[in-house]
Write a protein that binds this ligand. Structure first.
Ligand SMILES: [Mg+2]
Length: 113
């Protein structure tokens, strides 16, 4: 799956999502924050399970599901703001490599598109 595949699916699904016309940039921003919070909560519960700490636990798949929700929500926000997420990730990844003198770069012509 590429970022462009996610973007197209998000655009298509939002057309059938009741109330989507009320989801502005502020709503999308809150949605992103909420989903990343859910990643943290699932991770905490996962670690609780692996460390034998009493309380409710989560499986690795639960963490993966919340990570997926977070990326989906981030793409929805990026779409409303006119940001090409794949291009932004490529640009930032490569800039960070350059900043720290690392050779690894994402090829603009493939990968995260
Ligand atoms: Mg979620």
């Amino acid at each position: 799956m590429k970022f462009s595949d996610l973007r197209q699916a998000n655009i298509t699904r939002q057309k059938e999502w009741p109330g989507n016309d009320q989801a502005d940039i502020a709503f999308r921003g809150l949605e992103v924050a909420g989903e990343f919070g859910e990643v943290a909560e699932a991770l905490k519960k996962y670690l609780r399970g692996t460390r034998g700490i009493k309380g409710s636990t989560a499986e690795l798949q639960d963490v993966a599901n919340e990570m997926a929700d977070a990326i989906i929500a981030l793409d929805l926000l990026a779409d409303q703001m006119g940001i090409d997420l794949g291009a932004a990730v490529t640009r930032k990844f490569n800039a960070t490599s350059k900043k720290y003198g690392l050779e690894t770069q994402i090829d603009d012509a493939k990968s995260v598109d």
